[in-house]
Design a protein around this ligand. Structure first.
Ligand code: PMP
Ligand code: GLN
Length: 382
């Protein structure tokens, strides 16, 4: 993440999407869908522009969206929140994460998270001059090492940063792990920050929002986004839900990051959040089929393939193909197979890269014909 000069390097996603554009390879690197989301949501954005929602929205977000977020929390999880007090709309989950870490940590505070981790976690922790402490997710299935978690959380821990469902592994934390996180947060007076952007994209496994556990809500900031759920990653409509004592300091920072964003897209995401249950179920089902197509293709090509329970990504081990260095492998993959993917080392601390050296992350949030084509091309790998 950080170059030798200590500055942030360009993200792996920018690098790999540029490689896909330059080589014409199929982009299974950056996680974004190649099909539009629900027509009602797209139409609501067009309508909002026609209705003149083209100026700055309120700092906390448009009331229609904050209300829809509060209703969504109650409808899916039985969590009751006040849309005027406990909800903040942000420029994607990314801004919610950045504003939260910047607001809540001081130099040297610890942010504890699982490794591998979504790359922004290390970047915003570095920007805040806090220290990222990582707890490994172990094979098989990338489940958390709970003893290592107990050791990692101390009185220096300011934030326990949870990501379930998880990018890049597709694992989903179970109740036991979530309960331990709540217990540790109480014991060490830490704040739980939970990134749940893949909350609706699970494959037969229950997503449990940590804020729904007893004693959690008062110390939890829940972050999500419309990007994944409604296939609108470019709209950058995210949000956080938190009690006022946590939300207010985050809002204070957020107003100097973007101030506000995406006026016309906010009512559109509100319309999405109000879609019937069958929309959410069919989105997950469609993605599950895509996972299966790509996973079979990767197995047939000789990779050792994980079985993600959620999200956009599958991790495949390239070691059986003789590729011990996934970063080099991913640089040559466009030429070898016309496919772009991302090495898992992009999601780990530099000193731990060796543990993940041969692992590759492939995105399956693509049209089935594209995945079929990618599978056929990968089958020709030597
Ligand atoms: N968190 C995770 C785990 C993600 O995978 C992503 C994006 N793919 C984000 C946050 C960022 O979400 P957004 O695009 O809403 O900023
Ligand atoms: N979250 C997406 C991924 O993991 C990409 C987001 C980005 O480009 N920063 O691929």
């Amino acid at each position: 993440l950080l170059g030798d000069d200590g500055r942030l390097r360009p993200t792996i996603f920018a690098e790999m999407s540029a490689l896909a554009t330059a080589t014409g390879a199929i982009n299974l690197g950056q996680g974004f869908p190649d099909e539009d989301g629900p027509a009602e949501v797209l139409e609501a954005a067009r309508q909002a522009i026609s209705d003149g929602l083209n100026q700055y929205p309120p700092g906390r977000g448009l009331p229609v969206l904050r209300t829809a977020i509060a209703e969504h929390q109650e409808r899916f999880y039985g969590i009751r929140v006040d849309p005027d007090r406990d909800v903040l709309v942000t420029a994607g989950a990314t801004e919610a994460l950045a504003a939260t870490v910047l607001a809540l940590t001081d130099e040297g505070d610890h942010v504890v998270t699982f490794e591998p981790f979504y790359d922004a976690y290390a970047a915003v922790t570095a920007l805040a001059r806090a220290e990222l402490i990582t707890v490994p997710l172990r094979s098989p299935g990338f489940s958390p090492d709970l003893d290592a978690l107990r050791d990692a959380v101390t009185d220096r821990t300011r934030i326990i940063l949870v990501n379930s469902p998880h990018n890049p592994t597709g694992s989903v934390l179970d109740r036991e792990a979530l309960e331990l996180i709540v217990e540790l947060a109480h014991e060490h007076d830490a704040v739980i920050v939970t990134d749940e952007v893949y909350e609706h994209l699970t494959f037969g496994v229950e997503h449990i929002p940590i804020a729904s556990l007893p004693g959690a809500a008062e110390r939890t900031i829940t972050i999500s986004s419309g990007g994944k759920t409604f296939s609108t990653t470019g709209w950058k409509v995210g949000w956080l839900v938190a009690p006022p004592h946590l939300l207010e300091p985050v809002l204070a920072v957020k107003q100097y990051l973007t101030y506000v964003n995406a006026a016309a897209f906010q009512p559109a995401i509100a319309a999405g959040l109000r879609l019937p249950d069958r929309y959410f179920e069919s989105a997950a089902d469609a993605l599950r089929r895509k996972r299966d197509i790509l996973s079979s293709g990767l197995s047939a090509a000789g990779f050792a393939v994980g079985a993600p329970d959620a999200g956009y990504f599958v991790i495949a081990d390239a070691a059986p193909l003789g590729a011990e260095d996934a970063a080099a492998f991913c640089r040559s993959l466009p030429e070898l197979a016309g496919v772009v993917a991302v090495p898992v080392t992009a999601f780990v601390r530099d000193e731990n890269r060796a543990h993940y050296a041969s692992l590759v992350r492939f995105a399956f949030c693509k049209r089935e014909d594209v995945l079929d084509r990618a599978a056929a091309q990968l089958a020709s790998l030597p």
